[in-house]
Design a binder for this molecule. Structure first.
Ligand SMILES: Nc1ncnc2c1ncn2[C@@H]1O[C@H](COP(=O)(O)OP(=O)(O)OP(=O)(O)O)[C@@H](O)[C@H]1O
Ligand SMILES: [Mg+2]
Length: 467
């Protein structure tokens, strides 16, 4: 789109001159020979820039600016004024003019001023679009769910985003702890800084300290140069400490120091350095139990637990399954460039009755697979994996089943349930069921569950990263 400029000046010769000069520069220029005419053009058309004389008979340039601002906040405005009225130029700037030009002016000065303002404008628009795009992926709107638990969670998350408090995100694997933490960062005053992640469970204990706090050259074998810790990388931004329950007591002491004093000490260094980070910690373990068992420091727990955000497991919010499924179908159709797809009511019911040990991640993987494999435009029950179809076959929820299920069908359903909870681990399942392994093998054989392997909880990208 060409850049559009409106020139307002009561002297027609001035309008003509500006029009010719700026058109030559490649802009699309209109002009108005009076302030009221200029205003009515501003109301009916959109301009990127207005260049207006200040001193006009019917209405001053200041009044034009004031009125133009009342219906368009972000139009650029240059005022032209004589040296004698420099104070009015100041007043115009206070009202939001972008710049001023003194009369008599030199043609190059005008060209330069216009160019400068338009390029600043372009930058600002680009910045705005970038920011919106960035937030797009990291927006709270992309955290799907209308169940009471999720609605409350999102309300609280939005509120804490604006603050600088430490947040503790609690939830089983795959419930969206990463997702909500990123959204908090991108809606916080620190969104211009980095969002740095480390997964404490994925980094070996000996390395974790130097990853977090950095080290000095020669601090230990292999430390061939100084290394900046991730806390330092996150300076001014947000630090996401994932699986914080998996840290040793020694690391926990150091984390406490960061929270209390905002300082870190790189390994092998004596002088601490200051860091300004906001901490979001996440865990899928029961930290309170860890505190009781002496595995987690109570003082650190209280420091982290300022604002706990609990994400309920998917099995406790069946209402969200349809919404999430539709969201993922659209997402993967777009990603795979395939035609739009739907899902049958029967298939949705199956998804709603499954217990989702891997939570939303497992649902997401299931839908991706279904979109990939389905022939035709509708995902049917038959397109879903065995593990999701089988609970119904077993009978507790099957409609053709007599209203009172047999003992056998209950036993079969229960064994199936325990097996999926333990991911197919037979020894563990037998222990939970209170029978010995050989009895379990016999029963699995009898109920046709011999090859049952449980759910396929998949874990992704578990190393430290910064983005
Ligand atoms: N409410 C939701 N709406 C949309 N997508 C979601 C939602 N919750 C989770 N997801 C998606 O599910 C996947 C897993 O989420 P995420 O990685 O945030 O979970 P997590 O709790 O951090 O898991 P882990 O404990 O394994 O680290 C991601 O692809 C994420 O985008
Ligand atoms: Mg995670």
């Amino acid at each position: 789109m060409p850049t559009r400029i409106l020139v307002i000046d009561d002297e027609e010769s001035m309008c003509n001159f500006m029009e010719i000069m700026l058109t030559k520069e490649g802009y699309q220029v209109d002009s108005a020979v009076s302030a009221p005419e200029g205003l009515s053009m501003l109301k009916s058309q959109s301009y990127d820039l207005v260049i207006s004389d200040l001193n006009m008979p019917e209405m001053s340039g200041i009044d034009v600016l004031r009125e133009a601002r009342s219906f368009n906040e972000d139009q650029d405005f240059i005022v032209i004024t004589a040296y004698a009225t420099a104070e009015t130029a100041v007043e115009a700037m206070k009202l939001g003019a972008s710049d001023y030009i003194f009369k008599p002016f030199n043609v190059d000065d005008v060209k330069l001023t216009v160019k400068k303002i338009l390029s600043r404008r372009r930058l600002m628009i680009e910045n705005d679009t970038l920011k919106k795009q960035l937030q797009g992926d990291n927006s709270f709107d992309n955290f799907i769910g209308a169940s009471e638990g999720v609605v409350k969670l999102k309300q609280l998350a939005r509120r804490v985003a604006a603050s600088d408090s430490t947040v503790l995100v609690l939830g089983e694997s795959g419930t969206g702890k990463d997702l909500i933490s990123k959204a908090i960062h991108h809606h916080s005053p620190r969104c211009g800084g980095q969002f740095v992640t480390i997964n404490c469970a994925a980094v070996p204990e000996q390395l974790l300290e130097s990853e977090l706090f950095g080290h000095k050259k020669g601090a230990f074998t292999g430390a061939v140069r100084d290394k900046e810790g991730l806390f330092k990388v996150a300076d001014g931004g947000t630090f996401f400490l994932d699986e914080v329950g998996n840290t040793s007591l020694a690391i926990q002491v150091k984390l406490l120091r960061v929270l209390e004093n905002k300082i870190i000490t790189p390994v092998g260094e004596t002088k601490p350095i200051e860091v300004d980070v906001r901490l979001i910690a996440a865990t899928n373990s029961d930290l309170e139990a860890d505190v009781k068992a002496g595995r987690f420091r109570a003082d650190l727990f209280y420091r982290l637990n300022v604002i706990p955000l609990h994400i309920p497991p998917l099995r406790e919010r069946q209402d969200d399954i349809k919404l999430l499924t539709d969201f993922f179908i659209k997402k993967f159709c777009r990603k795979l460039n395939s035609s739009p797809k739907q899902i049958s009511t029967e298939a949705i019911e199956l998804l709603e009755s499954y217990h989702w040990p891997g939570n939303v991640r497992e649902l997401e993987n299931t839908i991706e697979q279904a979109v990939l494999l389905v022939r035709g435009d509708t995902i049917n029950a038959s397109d879903l994996p065995e593990k999701i179809k089988s609970p119904q076959e077993i009978g507790l929820v099957q409609e053709t089943q007599p209203s009172t299920p047999t003992l056998e069908s209950i036993e079969k359903a229960y064994i199936h349930y325990v097996m999926s909870q333990t991911n197919g681990k037979k020894v563990k399942a037998a222990r939970i069921l209170g029978i010995d392994t050989s009895t379990l093998y016999r029963k699995l054989d009898r109920y046709g569950l011999k090859d049952f392997t449980g759910s396929d909880r998949s874990k992704r990208g578990k190393s430290a990263k910064s983005e």
